[in-house]
Design a protein around this ligand. Structure first.
Ligand code: AMP
Ligand code: MG
Length: 315
């Protein structure tokens, strides 16, 4: 990725407005939340979300939490429920993420959900985060603002140390208060604790009037990398295809004849942005075998290959 100058923005109305503009243009902006500094991108922009993974140097695509300013915005993207309303009333804004069924055709990037039919969503309490989300008016995907494998950033200078030159800006909001990740509760079937965090499980059970399932079996824990039955196309997948066999659906990379191309110019960010969308689209086509061109195993290519290997694994 070309080096750029990362702006340090003040947490004033002007700074927040500049940050919202940068996000609207597909830029990456780090902002303070009550947990840690988040690395934000417009959650409806595939390329912007792909750049999050590139900037963090993540070797795999895990689903990201979508941050929104209010419940009305959340409801545009997920199927709301009584349980969701109870937990939102009790803990939003705050460090609780709810995993809910994803509505179809809302424009949410498939890269945010890692191709899953569910979405993790939360309303952060930090005033600067909140002002930013209001100014954006839509969902912002934001994992922690640190290079993959490094510790989370709890002040703006940590973000600059880790990601300076790779992102457009950081809003300086001082030190983060909680320093813990958000608690993640799955509301897809029986309520389940998917990750402990800033809101204690007991408090969630009290608000729900029900116990949380604590097991992390593949059915409850829908986080890829931690489960085998993560989204994979129904079709069988053949990797590193340098020629095509009769009857195969062809997922290309680079200048090759194919049904769908991840990136004709061989751009890995573009390929990542297209990955889940193309897999879904091929899965809907006639045919039960998908062949994929070789993808260079460097930068974002490693995360793409990780996902493709899972899709190709016997099941
Ligand atoms: P964070 O590390 O705070 O950005 O949170 C990201 C984590 O949230 C992922 O690694 C998953 O464990 C979890 N997550 C996000 N989206 C989903 C989802 N749709 N289903 C299950 N878990 C999710
Ligand atoms: Mg993290």
């Amino acid at each position: 990725m070309p080096n750029k100058v990362t702006q340090l923005l003040p947490s004033t109305p002007d700074g927040v407005a500049t940050a919202a503009d940068l996000l609207g243009e597909g830029g990456l902006v780090s902002f303070p939340t009550e947990t840690v500094y988040g690395l934000g991108a417009d959650a409806t922009n595939d390329t912007a979300v792909a750049r999050i993974f590139a900037a963090k140097g993540r070797p795999s695509f895990n689903p990201l939490i979508a941050h929104v300013a209010d419940i009305e915005t959340a409801k545009r993207y997920v199927e709301w429920s009584d349980a969701a309303q109870k937990l939102a009333d009790a803990f939003w804004p705050g460090p609780l993420s709810l995993v809910l069924p994803l509505k179809q055709n809302t424009g949410m990037s498939h890269l945010v959900t890692a191709g899953l039919p569910s979405l993790a969503i939360r309303i952060p309490a930090h005033p600067v985060a909140h002002q930013l989300l209001e100014a954006v008016g839509g969902p912002v995907a934001a994992p922690s603002a640190n290079p993959s494998g490094k510790i989370s950033a709890t002040r703006a200078t940590h973000v600059i140390d880790g990601l300076g030159g790779k992102i457009e800006a950081v809003i300086d909001g001082g030190d983060c208060a909680v320093g813990l990740e958000s608690t993640i509760v799955g509301l897809l079937g029986e309520p389940a604790l998917l990750r402990p965090g800033g809101v204690p499980a007991e408090d969630i059970e009290a608000a729900l009037g029900a116990k949380l399932k604590h097991d992390t079996s593949p059915d409850t824990l829908l986080a890829p990398g931690q489960m085998s039955s993560h989204y994979a196309p129904g079709a069988a997948v053949r990797l590193n295809a340098t020629d095509w066999q009769v009857g195969e659906l062809r997922l290309g990379f680079g200048h090759v004849p194919c049904d769908l191309n991840l990136s004709e110019s061989g751009d890995l960010i573009e390929a990542a942005a297209n990955l889940f969308r193309h897999l879904h689209a091929l899965d809907r086509m006639e045919g039960n075998r998908i062949a994929v061109s070789p993808i260079p195993d460097q930068g974002l290519g490693r995360a793409i290959n990780d996902r493709l290997k899972r899709a190709a694994a016997p099941r």
